[in-house]
Ligand binder design. Structure first.
Ligand code: MG
Length: 364
């Protein structure tokens, strides 16, 4: 089997008004989809996402630099190809787009491997047949919602059976975040998981003030409180609070995770299949977390199609994130049933993009 053709499609979807976190007002969501065709006619799909920034650069990186290295190669050699392509990119950079760009073709190769075997990805990765994985919802916890909207959304999410409700924090005043969290806690009861995500907004002093005030409302985890690369600050915060610190969605290398884990800076690891350049490294980070005794939560971020497989093979995985914006573009969007994602049984991953979605949302 040889890779015969690699095509890249840039899609842009418009988002609802209230979608904001502590760092970004999101208006659009981009998908950089990669279709890889083999000489025996198997088509694999992978994708990348951006907040509508850097998309053109990602597309060019894949088309101009990565695709020529993959044409003619055997997709079954994904591990070797990943290392070759990734390591060759070191001059361009070892974080950001230079790594993230590898993810879409890498995921497409796994899709081909699974389709060629006639099995879903989780089975190729050694899964044993988990049929449902728990899901928490972020769609309703955005910073742009008023307190009343936030509370109503939390109630709706809980009633729909989701295993938790994640809300963004990082308002200009910590007191306001605290009031919003208190209102949500009051609405959903004492035991329902409520996660909070600061998207790297605070410095250590602010984060210390925040965790002291938040502790009474028992957040299930505190996500990305600090600059994503600051190991000592995360470690200091983790020593001071019983709220589990979850981070990793902005880390680009297994060694970065190792340093966080070795410093005691993480309570829960959050590897992102895009930021890590694909499935190969995601699995390595999940295994690393297991060796440190840490649970794993996939970064989510519109990756349900892939996360559902990863979660199905990760025994120390907790749950995946529900953000439904991309459902219209997939041939087979993940099915959510009473707070669980149904693990696909069809061959491949489920990353196939609809032809009419490329027509409708396609950019240059
Ligand atoms: Mg986050």
């Amino acid at each position: 089997m040889r890779i015969e053709e690699i095509e890249v499609f840039w899609l842009r979807l418009e988002l609802p008004d209230a979608v904001a976190d502590a760092m970004t007002d999101l208006t659009h969501w981009d998908v950089i989809a990669t279709r890889v065709t083999t000489d025996d006619g198997i088509i694999g799909w992978g994708y990348n996402c951006t907040l509508a920034e850097g998309s053109a650069a990602l597309k060019i990186l894949i088309e101009v630099d990565l695709a020529p290295k993959l044409l003619g190669k055997d997709p079954l050699q994904v591990n070797h190809l990943w290392r070759t392509v990734y390591l060759e990119r070191h001059f361009t950079g070892i974080t950001g787009i230079a790594v993230q760009g590898v993810a879409a073709p890498e995921i497409a190769l796994w899709d081909i491997i699974a389709k060629a075997a006639g099995k879903p990805l989780w089975a190729i990765l050694g899964g044993h047949g988990v049929t449902r994985v728990p899901v928490y919802s972020t769609d309703g916890g955005w910073l742009g919602f008023s307190e009343a909207e936030l509370v109503a959304n939390a109630r709706t999410v809980k009633a729909a059976g989701f295993r938790g409700f994640k809300m963004k924090v990082g308002k200009p005043e910590i007191a306001e975040d605290c009031q919003r969290l208190a209102a949500v806690r009051d609405a959903v009861g004492p035991d329902y998981p409520v996660m909070i995500d600061a998207n790297g907004r605070w410095d250590l002093a602010e984060a210390r003030r925040a965790v002291r005030r938040f502790a009474d409302y028992r957040p299930y985890w505190l996500e990305e409180p600090l600059h994503p690369f600051d190991v000592p600050a995360h470690a200091a915060l983790a020593r001071e609070t019983e709220i589990p610190i979850l981070a990793g969605e902005t880390l680009y290398d297994k060694r970065m995770f190792r340093d966080f884990m070795a410093a005691g800076a993480l309570g829960i690891a959050q590897p992102d299949v895009l930021k890590l350049g694909g499935i190969t490294c995601w699995m390595e980070v999940a295994e690393l977390a297991r060796s440190f005794g840490l649970p794993v939560v996939p970064a989510g971020f519109n990756l349900m199609q892939i996360d559902v497989h990863l979660m199905a093979v990760t025994r120390h995985g907790l749950m995946i994130e529900y953000i439904p914006w991309l459902a219209p573009i997939f041939e087979r969007p993940v099915v959510i049933d009473r707070g669980h994602a149904v693990v696909p049984q069809e061959p491949g991953i489920g990353t196939d993009i609809r032809a009419d979605a490329i027509e409708r949302y396609g950019m240059a």
